[in-house]
Design a protein around this ligand. Structure first.
Ligand code: NAD
Length: 310
């Protein structure tokens, strides 16, 4: 496993990391034994960064992850979770709520501290509140020793530009913007690097779009993107490989991205991804697939308040 430095945090994170939204049943029902196998497989393969949120499965993912972490030495992994998003349409970025949320997460996860605490999907909030109230409250959490670093997450890249211009953040977590069909995260990298902000990229399989099974019903992508993904999957199959393999290898190929979170509740997939991470990218196949994506390249979907969207 390759390790990269996560900006000013100095954390040496595995290039491939573990997203645990599937532990909350986001991609289908899941049992404890399956999640435990996922965690053990990830650690065995050198994955050392784990991301969660109280939102995933409405606290189920944190509870499940906490159970799987029981008995695992705390120094074996870096742990990140989030505050602010409590439901599909429920957000509360107030200082009081996010401070309480950290304590609730620590209890569910069964740990004394978090490595990174992140404001979840800030495009749904008032960015002035994030800058003036939420981030200062999380700095207090850091002072109390319950977390080490503070980050922000979201879909529209614009929210990162806006907030980092006005506040100190240690990491950003962007999703679906560095994958085969969308590489717009690259436009933000020089700014992030100049500020030494750690770059976490999530969902290189575009939350299931870039898989042979296709995206789950709740996926927000329009039909044009879904069609292109199905076509790209066929091209990979015709070349005797899978879209997942190309997608994972592509995402891990950029050294400016410290870590890429892939979600799974299937240990076989985690092992497969870790193996793929060690192989070279098939540049010829990549060109073919990029041609398929050319008509919809960098297209995305709306998220959050209109004033915060790109
Ligand atoms: P993803 O792109 O990682 O795709 C996950 C899906 O791909 C699951 O259905 C999984 O079973 C499948 N998969 C994984 N490896 C596979 C393989 N080898 N073969 C076939 N299928 C495979 O999407 P995700 O899980 O939504 O994103 C990764 C993580 O990033 C999340 O779990 C979460 O921790 C984080 N994330 C954060 C935000 C945010 O903060 N707003 C948004 C999205 C994701």
């Amino acid at each position: 496993m390759e390790y990269r430095t996560l900006g000013k945090t100095g954390l040496r994170v595995s290039a491939l990391s573990l997203g645990t939204s599937p532990f909350g049943g986001v991609f289908g029902e899941v049992e404890f034994e399956a999640c435990k196998r996922c965690l053990d497989t990830a650690l065995d393969w050198g994955i050392n960064f784990i991301d969660c949120s109280p939102f995933y499965g409405l606290t189920k993912a944190e509870t499940m992850l906490g159970r799987t972490l029981r008995g695992v030495a705390r120094e074996k992994y870096w742990l990140a979770t989030k505050v602010g998003r409590t439901g599909e349409a429920d957000f509360d970025f107030s200082a009081a709520r996010v401070t309480r949320s950290v304590d609730e997460s620590l209890a569910r996860l069964g740990v004394d501290f978090l490595d990174i605490i992140q404001c979840h999907d800030i495009e749904f909030g008032d960015l002035n509140q994030i800058v003036e109230e939420t981030l200062p409250a999380l700095r207090e959490v850091v002072k109390s020793g319950k977390a080490r670093f503070v980050g922000i997450t979201g879909l529209p890249l614009r929210v990162f530009r806006d907030v980092i211009a006005r506040a100190e953040v240690d990491t950003i977590l962007s999703y679906c913007h560095f994958c085969l069909s969308d590489t717009t995260l690259e436009t933000l990298i020089p700014t992030l690097q100049s500020r030494e902000i750690g770059v976490i990229s999530a969902a290189p399989l575009a939350m299931g779009l870039l898989t042979r099974g296709g995206a789950p019903g709740w996926h927000p992508a329009p039909e044009s993107i879904r069609d292109a993904c199905r076509h790209a999957a066929q091209v990979c199959a015709q070349r005797g490989t899978s879209i997942e393999r190309l997608a994972v290898q592509f995402a891990l190929n950029d050294p400016d991205i410290a870590t890429t979170l892939v979600g799974s509740s299937r240990s076989e997939e985690i092992e497969q991804n870790a193996r793929w991470a060690q192989e070279p990218l098939d540049e010829e196949l990549l060109s073919e697939v990029e041609a398929v994506f050319a008509p919809i390249k960098n297209q995305t979907w709306p998220s959050g308040r209109a004033e915060n969207d790109d």
